[in-house]
Design a protein around this ligand. Sequence first.
Ligand code: DC
Length: 247
Amino acid sequence: MKRSQPCKNQDTQTARKPGRRKRLRIAIDGPAGAGKSTVARRVADILGYIYLDTGAMYRALAVLALDRNISFDDPQALGEMASSVRIDVSEDDGVFRVWIDGEEFTHRLRTPETDRAVKLISMAQPVRRVLVEIQRELARRGGVVMEGRDITSVVIPDAEVKVFLTADVTERARRRWVELRNKGIDMSFDEVLAELQARDAKDHERGWGKLVKVEGAVLIDSTHLSIDEVCCIIIGLCEAKQRCSTS
Ligand code: DC
Protein backbone atom coordinates (compact mmCIF):
# COMPACT_ATOMS: atom_id res chain seq x y z
CA MET A 1 0.00 0.00 0.00
CA LYS A 2 1.20 3.53 -0.65
CA ARG A 3 1.65 5.83 2.33
CA SER A 4 -0.01 9.20 2.82
CA GLN A 5 -0.49 11.75 5.59
CA PRO A 6 -1.96 10.40 8.83
CA CYS A 7 -5.60 11.28 9.40
CA LYS A 8 -6.64 13.94 11.90
CA ASN A 9 -9.83 12.26 13.01
CA GLN A 10 -8.67 11.91 16.62
CA ASP A 11 -9.30 15.66 17.10
CA THR A 12 -13.04 15.36 16.70
CA GLN A 13 -15.55 15.98 19.46
CA THR A 14 -15.97 12.32 20.35
CA ALA A 15 -12.23 11.89 20.76
CA ARG A 16 -12.16 14.79 23.24
CA LYS A 17 -14.60 13.07 25.57
CA PRO A 18 -12.82 9.87 26.46
CA GLY A 19 -14.92 9.41 29.59
CA ARG A 20 -18.06 8.99 27.51
CA ARG A 21 -16.59 6.74 24.92
CA LYS A 22 -17.57 3.13 24.74
CA ARG A 23 -14.69 0.77 24.08
CA LEU A 24 -15.73 -0.74 20.77
CA ARG A 25 -15.14 -4.13 19.25
CA ILE A 26 -13.76 -3.67 15.74
CA ALA A 27 -13.89 -6.81 13.59
CA ILE A 28 -11.90 -6.96 10.35
CA ASP A 29 -12.05 -9.85 7.88
CA GLY A 30 -10.58 -10.20 4.43
CA PRO A 31 -8.35 -12.27 2.17
CA ALA A 32 -4.60 -12.69 2.61
CA GLY A 33 -2.54 -9.70 1.57
CA ALA A 34 -5.34 -7.13 1.85
CA GLY A 35 -3.41 -5.26 4.58
CA LYS A 36 -5.53 -6.39 7.54
CA SER A 37 -2.67 -6.79 10.03
CA THR A 38 -1.03 -3.46 9.27
CA VAL A 39 -4.32 -1.61 9.33
CA ALA A 40 -5.68 -3.39 12.44
CA ARG A 41 -2.43 -2.77 14.34
CA ARG A 42 -2.44 0.90 13.43
CA VAL A 43 -6.11 1.46 14.25
CA ALA A 44 -5.56 -0.26 17.63
CA ASP A 45 -2.57 1.98 18.25
CA ILE A 46 -4.49 5.17 17.38
CA LEU A 47 -7.45 4.25 19.60
CA GLY A 48 -5.41 2.73 22.44
CA TYR A 49 -7.11 -0.63 21.85
CA ILE A 50 -5.77 -4.17 21.96
CA TYR A 51 -4.78 -5.71 18.61
CA LEU A 52 -5.65 -9.38 18.11
CA ASP A 53 -4.23 -11.37 15.20
CA THR A 54 -6.35 -14.53 15.11
CA GLY A 55 -4.32 -16.02 12.23
CA ALA A 56 -1.32 -16.11 14.60
CA MET A 57 -3.35 -18.29 16.99
CA TYR A 58 -4.11 -20.79 14.19
CA ARG A 59 -0.45 -20.67 13.21
CA ALA A 60 0.74 -21.43 16.77
CA LEU A 61 -1.51 -24.50 16.95
CA ALA A 62 -0.25 -25.62 13.53
CA VAL A 63 3.34 -25.48 14.84
CA LEU A 64 2.34 -27.44 17.94
CA ALA A 65 0.66 -30.12 15.80
CA LEU A 66 3.86 -30.41 13.73
CA ASP A 67 5.96 -30.69 16.92
CA ARG A 68 3.67 -33.39 18.27
CA ASN A 69 3.39 -35.22 14.98
CA ILE A 70 -0.40 -35.06 14.97
CA SER A 71 -1.97 -35.95 11.64
CA PHE A 72 -3.62 -33.03 9.83
CA ASP A 73 -6.15 -35.57 8.54
CA ASP A 74 -7.46 -36.14 12.06
CA PRO A 75 -9.64 -33.16 13.08
CA GLN A 76 -10.64 -34.87 16.33
CA ALA A 77 -7.04 -35.33 17.48
CA LEU A 78 -6.25 -31.74 16.46
CA GLY A 79 -9.25 -30.51 18.45
CA GLU A 80 -8.22 -32.52 21.51
CA MET A 81 -4.75 -31.03 21.28
CA ALA A 82 -6.21 -27.50 21.02
CA SER A 83 -8.54 -27.94 23.97
CA SER A 84 -5.87 -29.48 26.21
CA VAL A 85 -3.43 -26.53 26.10
CA ARG A 86 -3.41 -23.00 27.47
CA ILE A 87 -3.04 -20.29 24.83
CA ASP A 88 -1.88 -16.82 25.86
CA VAL A 89 -1.43 -13.80 23.62
CA SER A 90 -0.02 -10.30 24.02
CA GLU A 91 1.21 -7.41 21.93
CA ASP A 92 4.56 -5.73 22.43
CA ASP A 93 5.78 -2.85 20.27
CA GLY A 94 3.57 -3.93 17.38
CA VAL A 95 4.62 -7.61 17.64
CA PHE A 96 1.71 -9.97 18.32
CA ARG A 97 3.03 -12.77 20.56
CA VAL A 98 1.61 -16.23 21.24
CA TRP A 99 2.46 -18.73 23.99
CA ILE A 100 1.20 -22.28 24.40
CA ASP A 101 1.48 -23.76 27.88
CA GLY A 102 4.00 -21.04 28.74
CA GLU A 103 6.25 -21.66 25.72
CA GLU A 104 6.57 -18.82 23.23
CA PHE A 105 5.74 -19.67 19.60
CA THR A 106 5.94 -16.15 18.14
CA HIS A 107 9.13 -16.66 16.14
CA ARG A 108 7.98 -19.92 14.56
CA LEU A 109 4.70 -18.66 13.10
CA ARG A 110 5.79 -17.54 9.63
CA THR A 111 7.85 -20.28 8.03
CA PRO A 112 6.91 -22.00 4.74
CA GLU A 113 6.21 -25.20 6.76
CA THR A 114 3.78 -23.33 9.05
CA ASP A 115 2.14 -21.70 5.99
CA ARG A 116 1.34 -25.17 4.66
CA ALA A 117 0.23 -26.61 8.01
CA VAL A 118 -2.02 -23.71 9.01
CA LYS A 119 -4.13 -24.08 5.87
CA LEU A 120 -4.89 -27.64 7.00
CA ILE A 121 -5.44 -27.02 10.70
CA SER A 122 -7.79 -24.10 10.00
CA MET A 123 -10.08 -26.59 8.19
CA ALA A 124 -10.52 -28.65 11.40
CA GLN A 125 -13.82 -27.64 12.96
CA PRO A 126 -12.93 -28.87 16.49
CA VAL A 127 -9.89 -26.57 16.42
CA ARG A 128 -11.99 -23.63 15.21
CA ARG A 129 -14.46 -24.22 18.03
CA VAL A 130 -11.71 -23.94 20.65
CA LEU A 131 -10.16 -20.82 19.14
CA VAL A 132 -13.50 -19.09 18.56
CA GLU A 133 -14.31 -19.47 22.28
CA ILE A 134 -10.94 -18.01 23.32
CA GLN A 135 -11.32 -15.15 20.83
CA ARG A 136 -14.83 -14.32 22.03
CA GLU A 137 -13.53 -14.13 25.59
CA LEU A 138 -10.69 -11.83 24.50
CA ALA A 139 -13.20 -9.53 22.77
CA ARG A 140 -15.76 -9.57 25.58
CA ARG A 141 -14.61 -6.40 27.35
CA GLY A 142 -14.32 -4.31 24.19
CA GLY A 143 -11.48 -2.00 23.19
CA VAL A 144 -10.21 -4.54 20.65
CA VAL A 145 -9.36 -4.65 16.97
CA MET A 146 -9.56 -8.28 15.91
CA GLU A 147 -8.65 -9.46 12.42
CA GLY A 148 -8.99 -12.78 10.62
CA ARG A 149 -11.41 -14.59 8.33
CA ASP A 150 -14.46 -15.36 10.49
CA ILE A 151 -14.47 -12.49 12.98
CA THR A 152 -17.49 -10.67 11.55
CA SER A 153 -19.36 -13.89 10.72
CA VAL A 154 -18.66 -16.21 13.67
CA VAL A 155 -16.48 -14.77 16.45
CA ILE A 156 -18.15 -11.40 17.11
CA PRO A 157 -21.01 -10.97 14.63
CA ASP A 158 -22.40 -8.29 16.97
CA ALA A 159 -19.19 -6.20 16.87
CA GLU A 160 -19.93 -2.47 16.83
CA VAL A 161 -17.74 -1.94 13.74
CA LYS A 162 -17.44 -4.64 11.07
CA VAL A 163 -15.15 -4.30 8.07
CA PHE A 164 -14.46 -6.49 5.07
CA LEU A 165 -11.07 -5.36 3.80
CA THR A 166 -10.09 -6.56 0.37
CA ALA A 167 -8.04 -5.61 -2.70
CA ASP A 168 -7.61 -6.85 -6.22
CA VAL A 169 -5.67 -10.15 -6.20
CA THR A 170 -3.00 -8.79 -8.56
CA GLU A 171 -2.41 -5.81 -6.27
CA ARG A 172 -2.29 -8.09 -3.20
CA ALA A 173 0.26 -10.27 -5.00
CA ARG A 174 2.31 -7.21 -5.94
CA ARG A 175 2.42 -6.04 -2.30
CA ARG A 176 3.40 -9.51 -1.07
CA TRP A 177 6.07 -9.80 -3.77
CA VAL A 178 7.61 -6.44 -2.76
CA GLU A 179 7.49 -7.49 0.91
CA LEU A 180 9.25 -10.81 0.16
CA ARG A 181 11.83 -9.10 -2.03
CA ASN A 182 12.58 -6.63 0.80
CA LYS A 183 13.16 -9.63 3.09
CA GLY A 184 15.57 -11.10 0.54
CA ILE A 185 13.20 -13.94 -0.44
CA ASP A 186 13.43 -14.70 -4.14
CA MET A 187 10.06 -15.66 -5.61
CA SER A 188 8.71 -14.69 -9.00
CA PHE A 189 5.59 -12.53 -9.17
CA ASP A 190 3.71 -15.42 -10.83
CA GLU A 191 4.59 -17.78 -7.97
CA VAL A 192 3.38 -15.25 -5.40
CA LEU A 193 0.17 -14.71 -7.35
CA ALA A 194 -0.48 -18.47 -7.63
CA GLU A 195 0.14 -18.91 -3.90
CA LEU A 196 -2.33 -16.14 -3.04
CA GLN A 197 -4.95 -17.58 -5.37
CA ALA A 198 -4.55 -20.97 -3.66
CA ARG A 199 -4.98 -19.33 -0.23
CA ASP A 200 -8.09 -17.50 -1.44
CA ALA A 201 -9.54 -20.82 -2.64
CA LYS A 202 -8.86 -22.47 0.76
CA ASP A 203 -10.45 -19.51 2.59
CA HIS A 204 -13.61 -19.93 0.54
CA GLU A 205 -13.85 -23.71 0.63
CA ARG A 206 -13.84 -24.06 4.46
CA GLY A 207 -17.32 -25.16 5.46
CA TRP A 208 -17.32 -23.56 8.87
CA GLY A 209 -15.72 -20.15 9.31
CA LYS A 210 -15.17 -19.57 5.61
CA LEU A 211 -14.39 -16.07 4.42
CA VAL A 212 -17.58 -14.15 3.59
CA LYS A 213 -18.65 -10.54 3.61
CA VAL A 214 -21.53 -10.49 6.07
CA GLU A 215 -24.43 -8.09 5.89
CA GLY A 216 -23.59 -5.04 7.97
CA ALA A 217 -19.85 -5.24 7.27
CA VAL A 218 -18.47 -2.21 5.46
CA LEU A 219 -16.60 -3.20 2.32
CA ILE A 220 -13.27 -1.39 1.94
CA ASP A 221 -11.38 -2.04 -1.28
CA SER A 222 -7.79 -0.99 -0.61
CA THR A 223 -6.56 -1.53 -4.19
CA HIS A 224 -6.08 2.22 -4.71
CA LEU A 225 -5.90 3.33 -1.05
CA SER A 226 -2.94 3.89 1.28
CA ILE A 227 -2.74 2.31 4.75
CA ASP A 228 -3.53 5.70 6.28
CA GLU A 229 -6.55 6.18 4.06
CA VAL A 230 -7.95 2.79 5.11
CA CYS A 231 -7.26 3.58 8.78
CA CYS A 232 -9.04 6.95 8.41
CA ILE A 233 -12.13 5.23 7.03
CA ILE A 234 -12.20 2.77 9.94
CA ILE A 235 -11.61 5.49 12.56
CA GLY A 236 -14.42 7.45 10.89
CA LEU A 237 -16.73 4.45 11.23
CA CYS A 238 -15.81 4.18 14.93
CA GLU A 239 -16.52 7.86 15.52
CA ALA A 240 -19.87 7.61 13.78
CA LYS A 241 -20.69 4.63 15.98
CA GLN A 242 -19.63 6.54 19.12
CA ARG A 243 -21.80 9.52 18.15
CA CYS A 244 -24.82 7.34 17.47
CA SER A 245 -24.51 5.39 20.70
CA THR A 246 -23.88 8.42 22.99
CA SER A 247 -26.52 10.80 21.60
O1 DC B 1 -4.01 -14.22 8.47
P1 DC B 1 -3.00 -15.37 8.36
O2 DC B 1 -2.43 -15.54 6.97
O3 DC B 1 -1.93 -15.32 9.40
O4 DC B 1 -3.86 -16.68 8.65
C1 DC B 1 -3.26 -17.93 8.70
C2 DC B 1 -4.25 -19.00 8.29
O5 DC B 1 -5.29 -19.14 9.27
C3 DC B 1 -4.95 -18.80 6.96
O6 DC B 1 -4.87 -20.04 6.27
C4 DC B 1 -6.39 -18.51 7.28
C5 DC B 1 -6.56 -19.07 8.68
N1 DC B 1 -7.41 -18.25 9.54
C6 DC B 1 -8.68 -18.69 9.76
O7 DC B 1 -9.10 -19.71 9.22
N2 DC B 1 -9.49 -17.96 10.60
C7 DC B 1 -9.06 -16.85 11.18
N3 DC B 1 -9.87 -16.16 12.00
C8 DC B 1 -7.74 -16.39 10.94
C9 DC B 1 -6.94 -17.11 10.10
